[in-house]
Write a protein that binds this ligand. Structure first.
Ligand code: FE
Length: 366
């Protein structure tokens, strides 16, 4: 039994000053054989990143295990490795490897399939030649227990695809899409789409006569994920989202690539070269690619941009993703009975200590 003392314990409702007891799970007050001094820092549930392609030099399509091992450096204790639009065989190979990945480091909660079922018009940094017409049976059916979220362009998707995803319990996310408002709102209200892939990026915009996907997202109860590296979405739009959207419908993500956490250089993203200069990652043609931010950085940015409290921003990266994935009874807060996935961090969101299933993770370079 371990005990954390002198910590500001962040619960979904607010901060409490009490001691936290845990073995592999959070426990009632008990006699501890190891006492951890949190030195008056924040103590929260581990961060959950539901949209991430790579971290610390590794791409999840090539080496998910190394991403897993390094992610706790940014406070992440569980995640959805996110695939890219690549040839079917390559996607399947990555899914096989993710399935076999040993449980070291951040826990894999399933897979986020971003592409290949997207629109060429809003491909973003996804490769155009590998975009495909949505077909549930060519990849998803075989991996339906592993895949938790799939991004689709609803204007390219038939009703059968929606129905099969609904039956399999897979979250349908609208993204990389040119859908107009009517198509997007119909997908949300009538076809079971529940989620918006990186709101504001790679989708039809909010115009006065064409409210687009952004309009449908703001005008419905779809869960909106947002990249808060301050490169992809202007701080003003982060504030707007905070004002108009119920706070339990916002999830912070990094959408980071392998270069995240490493500074400037040339890296690879889904088979394409990416150039990182001063925290901005671009393809050769200048298209902004995935981010290089860590999860702790996006929490810090969003809190600073919108002026919310620390517990409010922590909910966006712990409780909200856990609720959406249907696992809030097991992870996502420091309530008794849940996994002891714990992050200790300071005012500046610098990560000091991380525990996964109650075991401390070594945060030094591997
Ligand atoms: Fe992505």
């Amino acid at each position: 039994m371990k005990e954390i003392k002198n910590g500001k314990i962040i619960l979904p409702e607010g901060i409490v000053e009490k001691n936290l007891y845990f073995n592999e799970k959070i426990c009632e007050k008990n006699i501890a054989d190891e006492v951890i001094d949190a030195k008056n820092l924040y103590v929260s549930a581990g961060f959950i990143n539901i949209h991430i392609h790579g971290y610390f030099g590794f791409d999840i399509m090539d080496n998910c295990t190394e991403v897993q091992k390094n992610l706790p450096k940014s406070g992440v204790t569980s995640f959805l490795p996110t695939t890219m639009t690549m040839p079917l065989e390559k996607i399947k190979k990555s899914l096989e490897e993710i399935k076999k990945s040993p449980n070291e480091g951040a826990k894999i909660l399933g897979v986020n399939l971003e592409g290949p079922y997207i629109s060429e018009k809003f491909k973003g940094a996804q490769s155009e030649k590998n975009i495909r017409k949505p077909n549930f049976f060519e990849i998803i059916d075989e991996y339906k227990d592993l895949i938790k979220i799939v991004t689709i362009a609803p204007e390219e998707t038939d009703e059968e695809f929606f129905e099969e995803c609904r039956k399999a319990g897979i979250i349908i996310s609208i993204g990389h899409s040119a859908a107009d408002y009517e198509t997007a709102i119909n997908a949300i209200k009538n076809l079971g789409a529940k989620h918006i892939t990186h709101l504001f990026n790679a989708q039809s915009k909010l115009n006065q006569r064409e409210p687009g996907i952004v309009g449908a997202a703001l005008d419905s109860n779809a869960i909106c994920e947002i990249i808060c590296d301050n490169v992809h979405v202007h701080p003003m739009l982060q504030r707007l989202l905070w004002k108009v959207k119920p706070h339990d419908e916002i999830i912070l993500i990094t959408d980071s690539l392998s270069a995240a956490g490493l500074g400037d250089g040339i890296f690879s993203l889904g088979g394409q070269s990416v150039y990182v200069k001063k925290n901005i990652a671009t393809l050769e043609d200048g298209t902004i690619a995935a981010s290089v931010a860590g999860m702790n950085q996006v929490l810090k940015n969003f809190k600073n941009n919108v002026g919310c409290s620390i517990e409010e921003v922590v909910n966006l990266a712990t409780k909200n993703p856990a609720v959406e994935l249907g696992i809030f009874d097991r992870i996502g807060s420091l309530e008794i009975g849940k996994s002891a996935d714990i992050v200790i961090f300071d005012e500046d969101f610098k990560i000091h200590r991380v525990f996964i299933n109650g075991v401390e993770v070594n945060l030094q370079p591997i």
